[in-house]
Design a protein around this ligand. Structure first.
Ligand SMILES: [Zn+2]
Length: 187
């Protein structure tokens, strides 16, 4: 059973749908090197990194193993028509698929196939929440470390009394462990 918040998020993604398209139709055209596909009188682009990720890396979410089953030609408001990949979860709900950046783009991860994986929207959202939380922990840690360093320089006696040097060493070690864990969870 999915949480209500996840359900709401999936619903929020709902776009105007023109029609469903079989995955084979799209991947056959991509395999032939075509960059545009004509479906029901509209033209959709099929050369994006997102679609290439689904084509090259597969149509299974690397987070939860959900299999994508169809494409749909959709648009949000007045956007151009585009292809979205969907799977059906155990509740019978449609789940949008996306291309995840293994190394966060904000942290300098590349926007190409060396750094993308197929992931469902729910897993992608969970991952981004985890990344944001860990980022916040590091930010807080750096603020505390800066305060200790400042005290060590300005008030060495207080720093000695409070063992700031030792705490600093410990926090640097903790930071390295945390970063190692973050790297591990991304690979
Ligand atoms: Zn998933």
């Amino acid at each position: 059973m999915k949480k209500a918040s996840e359900r709401r998020i999936c619903k929020k993604q709902k776009a105007e749908r023109l029609c469903k398209v079989e995955m084979a139709t799209v991947f056959d055209a991509m395999g032939k090197g075509e960059v545009v596909l004509k479906i029901a009188d509209v033209k959709v682009k099929i050369a994006s990194i997102r679609l290439k990720t689904f084509f090259v890396k597969g149509q299974v979410c690397i987070g939860c193993g959900l299999k994508a089953t169809f494409f749909a030609v959709e648009r949000h408001k007045k956007d151009a028509w585009h292809l979205n990949l969907y799977g059906i979860d155990s509740d019978g709900d449609e789940v949008l698929f996306t291309h995840d950046h293994v190394y966060n783009r904000a942290a300098g991860g590349a926007n190409d196939l060396t750094n993308t994986e197929t992931m469902c929207f729910v897993c992608n959202l969970k991952k981004s929440v985890v990344e944001a939380k860990e980022g916040a922990v590091l930010k807080h840690l750096h603020l505390v470390q800066d305060a200790w360093r400042e005290t060590i320089v300005r008030e060495p006696k207080i720093a000695e009394l409070m063992d700031y040097e030792k705490r600093l060493q410990w926090s640097i070690q903790f930071e390295e462990e945390l970063k190692g864990k973050m790297d591990g969870s991304q690979s």
